[in-house]
Design a protein around this ligand. Structure first.
Ligand SMILES: *[C@@H]1O[C@H](CO)[C@@H](O)[C@H](O)[C@H]1NC(C)=O
Ligand SMILES: *[C@@H]1O[C@H](CO)[C@@H](O)[C@H](O)[C@H]1NC(C)=O
Ligand SMILES: *[C@@H]1O[C@H](CO)[C@@H](O)[C@H](O)[C@H]1NC(C)=O
Length: 671
């Protein structure tokens, strides 16, 4: 900025004639040059070449006069020459939108008007000399205050004053457009304005023309006073500006000034004018703009953050979205949040996969807060009707508590997926022990017998001890889980039932696992407690023999486990069928019981099979197997076997029928 000062100062010297520094009178032309002016009061030449007459302090007087006197007449009694002057001023409100008093261009006999008053007197006069002919003052005032005592027309006017503030001519601030209409201007709006004061001695006419700097000088003057100035002006006069503030303040600036005697003042190059400092209004606007910019950017940032957050939440919510329907509310306590399950299973990571069952993948997990270990079964299902029934059943199953049943902790439903949450079983499923090369040998007979009894207890509870009959439908080693103490627990009960719902029995496959499906179940597709007993029988044989129910590569006589055990028995030594891994470490009596009972349970004719409560009694040694058991198991004829079956289990038929009937009514009730 400082480097620009000389340039700006020089740029304002618009005249070729530069008067000497002394008191020599000037009768030529001059422009703005800081060195040649006499400031008075608070008037101050700014470093950028701007004359500041007043600042924001109140009741101030600021004056600046050209240093040398100017010759206005050829002689003391002669007439005033024509003259022309133009200046650019700016009145910048400082504290409020109210602008205080004004400024005036003045032709004065003295260099400065040091005895005059500020405020409404504009530094032109004082209380005693108003109107005195001896004042010799001609001024053009730019007044922003309506002073009744001087007959001011308004609070924003331009006027010609001669020796008095009672103006000779006044007009509201503005300029005439070419069509003769007056365009109003606000003197104190902080914008630079140019004004021309021109005296034509041939017509004795004093014209005052005001216009904004960006508007060319209007052809029609704002004020035109016909008055011979000769009596008022002396031969040598000083020219300058006076300005005052009152209680209301503003900064008054002169940006550029040219003067010419006997001619037209050179125009002012507005492009080279110094900058007007920002005033209150502009500062307000600036602050407002800044505040606006800051708040806009802040709100943009906030909006961005909020939308990112919302998107994230939305995404998160979508990711963890679940549907809770009215009918589900009653099952509330059983319901897990998907989010918890997602966290528990580390996002259903493959590393957490325990296995893949008939209904879906099973993941290991640990609940976020409680750290309880769980197994989560992911079941794909998209039939809403089936889902509803299933959840109802889940709730039922969830209430089941038995040491030999895997506890169902709850469920979670999301889109077409269903998640079942079970207690986590440390040793996982039995089939891994039975068929894995590393663990298989470690399963002793006593353990196997305990597992058989555990499963029998669990199944008996499902069939006969719970308020409703629950058919497991898929008994097999894979669904028998072992806890850390090798206690067996029956898992996955009730699941197969879901798959039966809403499926046309004529086209569907039968739920269950090949080898464990009873003949009548394969025929009718209708599961019953009896078909569970069949599967349990096969399981008993399987765990004793350590082989799968069906071994396709074996000879036809040995392909089915039942045929193999029955064959051995028929040949006189049923123990021939048992698992080689057992060696001699078994109780022959127990093994025989299990094998024979296994054969009875897996009897092709459902009516021949005992109920689970009978099975438990046989295993406990409370009841004895019938002596003609070999005949019974060898019999494949339903009618022929009826008598024998009654011997085996008197209540068998009625039990089976009862449970079948109950199952039907339960199913229809579920709709
Ligand atoms: C105005 O100018 C006077 C004299 O230079 C000074 O004392 C006063 O502090 C100024 N006021 C402001 C508000 O700058
Ligand atoms: C100027 O006019 C006054 C009277 O108005 C007169 O006394 C004086 O002599 C005149 N001076 C000249 C130089 O003409
Ligand atoms: C008024 O101004 C005149 C000069 O024009 C001066 O002689 C006079 O003393 C001033 N009066 C007061 C009261 O200041």
């Amino acid at each position: 900025m400082t480097t620009m000062i000389p340039l700006l100062l020089l740029s304002l010297i618009l005249l070729s004639f530069i008067p000497t520094n002394g008191e020599d009178p000037t009768d030529g032309e001059f422009g703005f040059n800081g060195f040649l002016y006499s400031p008075y009061g608070v008037a101050d030449l700014k470093s950028n070449g701007l004359f500041q007459l007043t600042n924001s302090s109140t009741q101030l007087l600021g004056q600046v006069f050209y240093n040398s006197p100017v010759r206005f007449k050829g002689s003391a009694n002669g007439s005033v020459f024509s003259f022309s002057t133009s200046f650019v001023f700016a009145i910048v409100p400082e504290n409020s939108e109210l602008r205080g008093h004004g400024l005036a261009f003045v032709i004065s006999p003295t260099k400065g008007l040091h005895h005059s008053l500020p405020r409404q007197y504009l530094g032109l006069f004082n209380e005693t000399n108003m109107g005195n002919f001896s004042n010799h003052i001609v001024a053009v005032e730019l007044d922003m205050f309506r002073n009744q005592e001087f007959g001011d027309i308004d609070g924003n006017h331009v006027a010609i004053d001669i020796n008095s503030l009672m103006s000779k001519k006044a007009s509201a601030a503005g300029y005439f457009k070419d069509d003769g209409t007056l365009e109003n201007l606000v003197l104190g709006d902080g914008q630079p304005m140019q004004i021309w004061v021109e005296y034509d001695s041939s017509q004795n006419r004093l014209n005052v023309t005001l216009h904004p700097v960006h508007v060319p000088k209007p052809k029609i003057p704002l004020l035109s006073l016909v008055e011979d100035l000769s009596p008022y002006l002396l031969e040598f006069m000083y020219v300058g500006f006076t300005s005052s503030t009152g209680r209301l303040t503003a900064s008054h600036y002169i940006l550029g000034w040219t003067f010419k005697m006997n001619g037209t003042a050179p125009n002012i190059d507005i492009s080279r004018l110094p900058k007007v400092p920002r005033g209150y209004q502009q500062r307000q606007q600036q602050t407002l703009k800044r505040v606006l910019a800051i708040s806009l950017s802040l709100s943009a940032i906030t909006l961005f953050i909020v939308s990112v957050f919302v998107l994230m939440v939305f995404h998160q919510r979508k990711k963890f979205m679940e549907i809770l329907e009215d009918w589900e509310v009653q099952f509330g306590p059983h319901r897990f949040s998907y989010k918890d399950l997602y966290i528990a299973t580390k996002g259903f990571k493959n590393s957490e996969l325990l296995g893949q069952g008939g209904f879906g993948k099973v993941y290991k997990g640990s609940l976020p807060l409680s750290n309880i270990q769980i197994a989560v079964k992911k079941v794909s299902h998209d039939s809403r009707q089936g889902m509803r029934e299933f959840v109802a059943e889940i709730a039922t199953i969830g209430r089941l508590r038995h040491p030999n049943l895997v506890r169902l902790l709850g469920y979670c439903r999301r889109k077409g997926e269903l998640y079942l949450v079970y207690d986590f079983m440390q040793k996982e499923s039995l089939d891994k022990f039975l068929y894995s090369r590393t663990n298989g040998s470690s399963l002793e007979w006593s353990q196997r017998f305990k597992i058989i009894k555990d499963v029998a207890f669990g199944l008996c509870y499902l069939h006969q001890q719970w308020v409703q009959v629950i058919i497991h439908r898929d008994i097999k080693p894979a669904n028998i889980l072992l806890d850390e103490n090798m206690n067996a627990k029956l898992g996955d009960f009730g699941l197969a039932k879901l798959c039966d719902h809403g499926i046309d029995p004529q086209t569907s496959h039968v739920a269950g696992t090949l080898g464990y499906i009873s003949p009548e179940l394969a025929r009718t597709g209708k599961a019953s407690t009896s078909s569970d007993v069949f599967a349990f029988g096969v399981f008993m044989l399987e765990i004793s023999c350590g082989r799968r129910p069906i071994v396709p590569r074996a000879s036809p006589k040995e392909m089915l486990i039942t045929d193999r055990v029955l064959g051995c028995w028929d040949n006189g030594d049923i123990l021939q069928a048992i698992d080689e891994k057992l060696g001699q470490q078994y109780l022959a009596e127990q093994v025989t019981l299990v094998l024979k009972l296994g054969l009875l349970c897996s009897h092709p004719t459902s009516a021949m099979r005992p109920s689970m409560s009978s099975v438990v009694q046989f295993l406990d040694g409370v009841a004895q197997l019938p002596h003609n058991l070999l005949d019974i198991v060898k019999s494949r004829d339903f009618d022929g076997g009826r008598g024998a079956s009654q011997e085996a289990d008197e209540s068998l038929t009625t039990n089976s029928l009862a449970s079948l009937t109950f199952t039907e009514s339960f199913a229809s009730h579920g709709r």
